[in-house]
Design a protein around this ligand. Structure first.
Ligand SMILES: NC(=O)c1ccc[n+]([C@@H]2O[C@H](COP(=O)([O-])OP(=O)(O)OC[C@H]3O[C@@H](n4cnc5c(N)ncnc54)[C@H](O)[C@@H]3O)[C@@H](O)[C@H]2O)c1
Ligand SMILES: [Zn+2]
Length: 403
């Protein structure tokens, strides 16, 4: 039946995603903050609310005072409406709506309007909680993210999404809401435990694998320094990883993920399942390392990737210090089959539409498939376990004991 009447107009909304890189953003002589926040357009001085992840604030006890002093020292910044407020971070914060409500209460109480700023300093989970509240209040107040983990600086914190968990499902509630600015302050990483510093680096390997062979070669050359978490190598990897993520958002044609493909989630179907199977004992990055290894071996087994390239991928992951197998992975064939089937289905469900998994055709060249051949994937899993056992057998006793 033809419609009685229709009004239809297309319109586009432009976004600008800015990611600043600096050290000690709150030092009075550091120009990053005024640059990122911008000169006020109205004669009224804008307001700012600063929120700190409790894990970060606990590890850097002087941070709240440094933030307050940074704002107090300069007239070209908004007025801080109250001393920085510390709120819970980590995944647990995403499991309880009360934390979003708490941020909304602060935004309302302190009169943060659409010309005002919320600054969020913390890990990816904290940025997700604050980001959702900032997107909801007044239909969106200006959010400035200062990610404080490697993962958040090179991946989650530089994107355009937020979300919290609900109904037992990860990121069930959330919005696409580009931040006003992101400030990657390397000083914030100083207090991060070595395990977390390393885990986030896997996203750099991931994005290099699907988009940038030269960056992959650069990571290979820097592998030993990355394993040692040497500062310059870490910073360079974070910068290029963030740059490739932003480039993808800006140029992929699907920044708000309306399609059923998400190339940046290479290796993530298995990682998400594995994180859950481990009861979240594994870090996201550690699970992604195993997921990347698995899908790399699978790519080789279906003939898409040559053996030498696959070996380069596995060797780099190992050289940077990732374990490519974990006792959390199922050992017997039935449990393995169940894990793969469930993992793929949950991944499909989250994106909606047909299953779309990214695989490798070469270093720097991802491609998508809509079918996974179960026996081949189980073979890849077995191969990963056997490789791990061989490495364990070769490892000197003292090293094996230390780990
Ligand atoms: N919005 C997105 O686009 C997106 C994308 C990928 C991942 N994520 C989310 O990111 C979250 C994971 O983030 P994460 O890896 O940054 O971990 P996290 O936010 O869970 O932080 C891990 C722990 O480190 C603490 N911490 C943070 N910074 C610290 C520092 N500098 N020193 C000491 N302790 C510190 C936190 O308090 C927390 O206890 C997940 O919830 C995931 O869903 C979001
Ligand atoms: Zn990831």
């Amino acid at each position: 039946m033809t419609p009685v009447a229709l009004i239809e107009r297309n319109f586009a909304v432009g976004h600008r995603l800015r990611v600043f890189f600096t050290e000690n953003a709150f030092a009075p002589d550091n120009p990053t903050l005024p640059h990122a926040l911008g000169a006020p357009r109205s004669p009224m001085r804008p307001r700012a609310l600063a929120l700190l992840d409790a894990g970060l604030a606990g590890a850097q006890p002087s941070l709240a005072a440094r933030v307050a002093a940074g704002f107090a020292a300069r007239a070209d910044l908004p007025e801080l409406v109250c001393p920085p407020v510390t709120l819970p971070g980590g995944e647990a914060a995403k499991n309880d709506w009360a934390h979003v409500a708490q941020v909304l209460t602060l935004i309302e109480r302190h009169g943060i309007d659409r010309q005002s700023f919320v600054l969020a300093l913390g890990g990816g989970a904290f940025l997700d909680v604050v980001g959702l509240a900032a997107a909801l209040a007044h239909r969106g107040v200006r959010l400035v993210r200062l990610p404080s983990t490697t993962l958040a600086q090179c991946d989650s914190g530089v994107g355009v999404k937020n979300g919290v968990n609900a109904f037992g499902k990860k990121n069930f509630l959330g919005t696409f809401a580009p931040p006003w600015a992101v400030i990657n302050d390397f000083q914030l990483l100083d207090s991060l435990p070595a395990r977390d510093k390393r885990a986030g680096l896997v996203e750099a390997i991931k994005v290099a694998l699907i988009r940038d062979a030269a960056f992959f070669a650069e990571l290979e050359a820097a592998a030993v320094r990355l394993r040692m978490l040497e500062s310059d190598a870490l910073r360079r990897a974070i910068f290029r990883c963030a740059e490739l993520h932003v480039e993808h958002i800006a140029t992929s044609g699907d920044p708000f993920e309306t399609g059923s493909a998400r190339p940046l989630d290479f290796g993530h179907w298995a990682a998400h399942k594995l994180e859950a199977l481990s009861g979240f004992a594994l870090r996201h990055g550690e699970a992604v390392a195993i997921g990347l290894a698995l899908d790399t071996i699978y790519s080789r087994r279906i003939g898409a990737l040559d053996a030498a390239a696959a070996e380069r991928v596995l060797s780099l992951l190992e050289a940077v210090g990732f374990e490519l197998f974990t006792p959390h992975l199922p050992q017997d064939a039935r449990a393995m089959r169940q894990m793969v089937a469930e993992g793929l289905e949950e991944f499909r469900e989250h994106l909606g539409g047909p299953l779309t998994v990214t695989l490798l055709r070469g270093i720097g060249r991802g491609f998508e498939v809509h079918d996974i051949h179960l026996p081949t994937m189980l073979g890849a899993l077995t191969e990963l376990r056997e490789r791990h056992e061989r490495r364990l057998a070769q490892r000197p006793q003292c090293e094996a004991v230390q780990r």
